[in-house]
Design a protein around this ligand. Structure first.
Ligand code: ZN
Ligand code: ZN
Length: 211
């Protein structure tokens, strides 16, 4: 599967463009929210933004993206209420206001979002970092988009923000370990392949140490 990383600053989270530029995973592209003109052009065919969770660093450009593409917005039902809340979305930590947007699709665990190319994106509900955090699994290419749930080399997302839970995170990582994954695309840092099992084992022990 062709995955295009959009990353504009160390402040912003990774965004991943898939499926003939019709699906975007996360929308924290520009710190100010405003998108560069060239990027607006490449997003004009976008149909769906899927948010891995409601944190502002993953949503800062959401309003601009909807404006230039007419894209719909999908988020897990347990994070939908956080999205437009300055505190629960952590927007205040960035001296910003949460985006004012309507959610078009409330996602649930195991739902499959269709893609233009082979197979679909499976929603894996992975609470812990936030109550409605999700990972997106593309079974055909064994790719996992893991948001802020786990990072390369055994990292995990923090659990001390609104709705965070170390216990839930442990359970979520255990679920991820059951998947057959060749490459992981996290919300921050480089994508990684290779010893995914080892990386998840390290993430699991880190999460357990936070209990
Ligand atoms: Zn986050
Ligand atoms: Zn993040």
């Amino acid at each position: 599967m062709k995955v295009e990383l959009i990353h504009t600053s160390s402040y912003s989270a990774n965004a991943y463009l898939l499926s003939d530029s019709k699906v975007l995973i996360d929308a924290g592209i520009a710190a100010s929210g405003a998108l560069p003109e060239a990027l607006k052009l490449s997003l004009k065919n976008l149909e769906l933004v899927v948010l891995t969770h409601a944190h502002y660093d993953h949503t800062s450009s959401l309003v601009d993206i909807i404006e230039c593409s007419g894209s719909k917005v999908a988020i897990h039902r347990d994070d939908a209420a956080l999205l437009c809340d300055d505190h629960a979305s952590a927007a205040v930590m960035f001296d910003a206001a949460a985006p004012e947007v309507d959610v078009d699709m409330l996602l649930f665990d195991r739902e499959v979002l269709p893609l233009a190319e082979g197979g679909g994106l499976e929603v894996i509900h992975t609470p812990g970092h936030t109550p409605g955090s999700i990972c997106l699994y593309h079974r055909h290419s064994k790719s996992l988009f893991c948001g802020d749930t786990v990072f390369a080399g055994g990292g995990v997302g923090r659990v001390d923000l609104y709705g965070g839970s170390a216990e839930a995170l442990v359970h979520s990582i255990e679920r991820l370990m059951e998947l057959d994954v060749d490459v992981m695309y996290p919300g921050h840092g480089e994508h990684f392949s290779g010893n995914i099992c080892r990386s998840l084992e390290l993430s699991l022990s880190l999460a357990k140490s936070m209990l």
